[in-house]
Design a protein around this ligand. Structure first.
Ligand code: SF4
Length: 291
């Protein structure tokens, strides 16, 4: 019996990705774009911008691509391969909406603005983050990828990140889909059911900007006029690695150099206060008695 089990284990091999920090996706994956307008005539620039179905590309002397609106369909790269290229870098998430806009000449490496993350998120959720997912008119693509983020391959649970059924047990909400009118109230009531403090994460182009459905009368995005997301995870659908690296970056503790000045000042004060703590009477008496 034991031998059979060992045989099965050997046959299965390693099921999970050992080091998520070293994941490299296939070359066909469309991730972070690289833009170049050299040799692009004004007429060609206008055509390039107009072929995008969601208006994600703009040109004002430099090319810009808004990953929060991009469907990653690859049409622009296919028609203008010398000017638009998609790399296989899946690290795209940002704590700000502006951070999703890639401008020609930007450094090719992913930069995550740690200062833009609310300090209580890092303080309270660094070890465990349980999220309630709301598919607000989604097409089940981002939802499937989020499910995959927790499967045996990606296993984001190893970092304490997971999904929970009840908003009462959640630390935050993940929104997918463009938020259809008939899901607007449900999204708001789910958000209200999550106890404070809480985080809001939007996953996928549809959730970030409305995507192809942005101008549809069937969509009601009033929720985002009131609640600002803490993390934007682009993709259409978003890759599990884009989600996992984004959430991990959001929870990552700040280095000393990154800490805001108030925190640096507050820390020594807190230590001083701790050393000057007045001991309670019972503690003093027990010390006197040598206990
Ligand atoms: S890949 Fe993005 S930017 Fe390019 S055409 Fe498609 S949606 Fe527009």
């Amino acid at each position: 019996m034991l031998l059979t089990r060992l045989k099965v284990l050997l046959q299965h091999g390693t099921q999970y990705i050992r080091h998520l920090d070293r994941v490299k996706l296939c070359d066909e994956f469309r991730g972070r774009p690289v833009l170049r307008s050299n040799g692009l005539s004004p007429a060609a620039a206008t055509e390039l911008c107009s072929l995008c179905p969601t208006g994600a590309i703009a040109y004002d002397g430099r090319l810009k691509l808004d990953m929060g609106r991009c469907l990653f369909c690859g049409e622009c790269a296919a028609r203008y391969p010398n000017h638009v290229r998609f790399t296989n870098d899946y690290r795209l998430a940002s704590p700000t909406r502006e951070g999703l806009v890639v401008t020609e000449g930007d450094a090719p490496e992913w930069s995550f603005d740690q200062q833009a993350v609310r300090p209580e998120i890092k303080r309270l959720f660094g070890r465990a983050l349980h999220l309630r997912e709301v598919s607000a008119g989604g097409d089940n693509s981002c939802e499937m990828e989020l499910g995959a983020a927790g499967n045996v391959n990606f296993d984001m649970g190893r970092y304490g990140i997971g999904f929970t059924a009840s908003p009462r047990h959640a630390d935050g909400v993940v929104v997918t889909g463009p938020v259809t009118a008939n899901m607007a109230r449900e999204l708001e009531s789910t958000w209200q059911a999550v106890p404070e403090p809480k985080v809001l994460i939007v996953v996928g182009t549809d959730a970030i900007s409305g995507g192809l459905f942005a101008d549809s009368p069937a969509v009601n995005r009033a929720f985002f006029e009131v609640h600002k997301p803490d993390l934007y995870v682009p993709g259409n659908p978003s890759h599990p690695m884009t989600f996992i690296t984004g959430v991990r970056a959001m929870l990552q503790p700040l280095s000393d150099a990154e800490k805001p000045d108030e925190e640096k000042v507050a820390e020594p004060k807190a230590k001083k206060a701790k050393s000057k703590r007045v001991k309670p009477q019972a503690e003093q008496q027990s010390e006197k008695q040598g206990n």
